[in-house]
Ligand binder design. Structure first.
Ligand code: SF4
Ligand code: SF4
Length: 299
C-alpha cells in the first residue's frame, strides 16, 4: 500500500474511548504501525504518545527502546506557621481545594495539588515556599524497525495528578510531526488534557448500550466542549445491538471503521502482538482509516 507524501499531513490524532477495555490501544498502536510502515512515509518519524499515564500499556505492543527518562514533579506549597497570619487567602484562590485553613492550622493536600503556584503568589505574608514532589517520569525512545518515536508519562503508583503529567508530556511534542496519542479511558480531566490541541479525536467503542452511553459522553467532551472533529471505530462489531449505529446516525458522527469480533485478535492482544503482525491485511484497513481521518479534518 502506497501513501503518497502529500497525502500524509502533519496531524495530531487522539485515540480515546468513553470507558476502558474497548480496544483503544489496539487501534492506536495498529494505526501508528500501519501508516509509519507505509511506502513513501516522508521525513521524520511518526510520534506515538502514550498519555494513559496511570496504566500505560502501548509499550507492550510497540516494544520501544527507551533512551531518556526524566523525573517529573509538582511544586507543592509548604506553610511556615511562624509567618502565617491565617488570612485564608491561599484557600480562597485554590480551585482544587488542595489547601485549607482549619482552626489555627493551614493544611495542604498534596494529592489534590496541581502545583499551580497561586497560593504562593497571593500569600500576603510570604509564608509559603514550594518543594518539588516527584509524581512520575517522562520517557522517550524509539520503536525498532519502524519509523516511530515513542513518548510517554508514567505516574507513580498511588498518585492522583494525572493531568499535570499529561500536560508536561504534551509540552514535549515536536512541531511538524504526525502524532498519535493514546488517551486514558473515560471522560474526565486527563482525557480532556489528552485531547486538547489535537486535530481529530478517534473514539473507539463497542456496539452495546453501555458503549453507546460512554460514547455519547465522549462525543460531548470532544466535539461540544473542546470543539474537535470526531469519528468512531466500532470494535468487536457484531456482539451487541445497533444502539451505537443509531446514535452516530442521529448525531452525525461518522463511523470510520468496524473491527469484527475475532478470537484471533483477542489472543494476539493478550500475547502483546499487534494485530497487523498477525493479519497484515489490516495495514491497508488502518491506512484507509488514516485517509478517512484526513478527509474529516479537511471538511
Ligand atoms: S495566605 Fe499565607 S498567611 Fe494567609 S492563611 Fe495562607 S499561608 Fe497563611
Ligand atoms: S499550588 Fe495551586 S493547586 Fe496547589 S495548593 Fe496552591 S493553589 Fe492549590
Amino acid at each position: 500500500m502506497v501513501v503518497a507524501a502529500e497525502q500524509v499531513g502533519k496531524m495530531i490524532i487522539t485515540v480515546a474511548s468513553g470507558k476502558g477495555g474497548t480496544g483503544k490501544t489496539t487501534v492506536a498502536v495498529n494505526l501508528a504501525l500501519s501508516i509509519a510502515s507505509a511506502d513513501h512515509w516522508p521525513g521524520k518519524p511518526l510520534l506515538f504518545v502514550d498519555a494513559d499515564v496511570e496504566e500505560p500499556n502501548a509499550h507492550l505492543f510497540l516494544k520501544p527502546v527507551i533512551q531518556t527518562q526524566e523525573p517529573f514533579g509538582l511544586p507543592i506549597p509548604h506553610v511556615d506557621a511562624a509567618k502565617c497570619q491565617l488570612s485564608g487567602k491561599c484557600a480562597q484562590v485554590c480551585e482544587f481545594h488542595a489547601i485549607a485553613v482549619l482552626g489555627t492550622k493551614v493544611l495542604v493536600f498534596p494529592e489534590l495539588c496541581h502545583g499551580c503556584g497561586s497560593c504562593t503568589l497571593v500569600c500576603p505574608e510570604q509564608a509559603i515556599h514550594e518543594e518539588i514532589n516527584q509524581i512520575g517520569v517522562i520517557e522517550s525512545g524509539q520503536v525498532e524497525g519502524v519509523p516511530i518515536s515513542f513518548l510517554r508519562g508514567v505516574l507513580n503508583v498511588g498518585e492522583a495528578s494525572a493531568t499535570p503529567l499529561i500536560r508536561a508530556v504534551k509540552q514535549r511534542l515536536p512541531a511538524g510531526r504526525t502524532v498519535i496519542i493514546d488517551a486514558p479511558p473515560g471522560n474526565s480531566c486527563p482525557v480532556v488534557e489528552s485531547m486538547r490541541k489535537s486535530d481529530f479525536v478517534l473514539l473507539v467503542t463497542e456496539p452495546t448500550p453501555f458503549g453507546r452511553h460512554d460514547l455519547a459522553l465522549a462525543v460531548q467532551v470532544a466535539r461540544e466542549e473542546i470543539g474537535l472533529p470526531v469519528g468512531v471505530v466500532i470494535n468487536r462489531d457484531g456482539i451487541g445491538d445497533d444502539s451505537v449505529d443509531r446514535f452516530c446516525g442521529e448525531h452525525n458522527v461518522p463511523i470510520l471503521l468496524r473491527i469484527p469480533m475475532d478470537r484471533a485478535i483477542a489472543e494476539a492482544y493478550s500475547d502483546g502482538v499487534p494485530l497487523v503482525n498477525i493479519q497484515p491485511a489490516y495495514k491497508t484497513t488502518f491506512i484507509n482509516l488514516f485517509r478517512r481521518i484526513q478527509q474529516e479534518v479537511q471538511r
